[in-house]
Design a protein around this ligand. Structure first.
Ligand SMILES: O=C(O)CCC(=O)C(=O)O
Length: 306
């Protein structure tokens, strides 16, 4: 990829909090990863069924290898370290863009498969992590690379982004409302990516997966990159389904972490956000308010109320 095109993509990422790289991977390669990832998911589910393990909703009811984030929405780490997936990090233009955004030495802090099954509902708007400063806008420290494993149409429920919202989530109620009132809010985008294309977005950008109204799963590989000093809180339990007694171990882990806030439960709705959300809703029908009222503050180990 030409240096100029790369710089343009990096610049649009800084402005909009996201960008798309089209046709980065051969479709046949993505199809192979699709088959592999779905087979890994099937294998895991078969094991859970065979061992009569319960996979409930939320981190506390999940396992190291898979968590059901919401009904029919899974995130799986199982076998994501397999050689097959190194295709993603071997992609020079992608890695150049990640470096252009995060700087030299960026590391991978998570690799997973997000799987939205038919019938999955719209996710709540959320950020994937907090700002590192409450008073100033710092450069991006962590970003997601989403690699859809199927061609995504509207009916499959693409990932939606509120462009530029990484600048509002530092002080959401105030900055989002200000942008709304000064008509600076950019319309929501939901890129329908063909397989082979990827979506990159800043951890602090408001995003959500739309509901899956199709008859087929929507699997997406997620690679999370961060500046070398950043440690993301694991959003997976320590208990493995391959432990000798996973349910007992899960009970013990729950006792140890009692009081910890779950990723799914980190929805902070203050009276202020409720009021501003209602005001925004009255004026704008695209659920601007929903973004305020449902923001999950997913905290990282670098700070925050966890
Ligand atoms: O399903 C998607 O496209 C988005 C998933 C997501 O944002 C999440 O699980 O935090």
């Amino acid at each position: 990829m030409a240096a100029f095109a790369l710089q343009q993509l990096a610049a649009s990422f800084v402005t909009d909090g996201y960008c798309v790289m089209e046709d980065l991977f051969a479709r046949a390669d993505i199809d192979a990863l699709h088959a592999f990832a779905m087979s890994n998911f099937g294998e895991l589910m078969a094991h859970i069924e065979r061992e009569q393990l319960e996979l409930g909703i939320g981190v506390q009811n999940g396992f190291k290898e898979v968590v059901q984030r919401h009904a029919s929405r899974y995130e799986m780490t199982h076998k994501m370290d397999m050689e097959e997936f190194s295709l993603i990090t071997a992609c020079a233009p992608l890695m150049s863009l990640v470096t252009a955004i995060l700087g030299e030495g960026a590391t991978i802090v998570n690799k997973s498969l997000v799987l939205s099954q038919p019938g999955a509902l719209d996710q709540a708007w959320h950020t994937d992590g907090p700002h590192l400063s409450a008073v100033q806008d710092l450069p991006c420290h962590c970003l997601n690379v989403f690699v859809p494993l199927v061609d995504v149409e509207v009916i499959d429920g693409p990932t939606e982004i509120r462009p530029g919202s990484q600048y509002y989530t530092r002080d959401l109620a105030k900055l989002y409302m200000k942008a709304f009132l000064t008509k600076k809010l950019q319309p929501i985008v939901g890129p329908c990516l063909k397989r082979g294309s990827v979506l990159l977005f800043d951890y602090r950008t408001l995003d959500r997966g739309k509901g899956n109204n199709s008859q087929r799963p929507r699997p997406v590989l997620v690679f999370t990159f961060a500046k070398p000093w950043f440690k993301d809180l694991l959003n997976f339990p320590k208990v493995s389904i391959f432990d000798s007694s996973p349910l007992a171990a899960r009970g013990a882990e729950r006792c140890q972490t009692e009081g910890a806030i779950e990723k799914e439960e980190r929805v902070v709705v203050t009276e202020d956000t409720r009021v501003t959300a209602t005001a925004a809703a009255a004026e704008e029908e695209d659920a601007a308010a929903e973004a305020l009222a449902t923001v999950r503050l997913v905290q990282s180990s670098t700070g925050g109320p966890d």
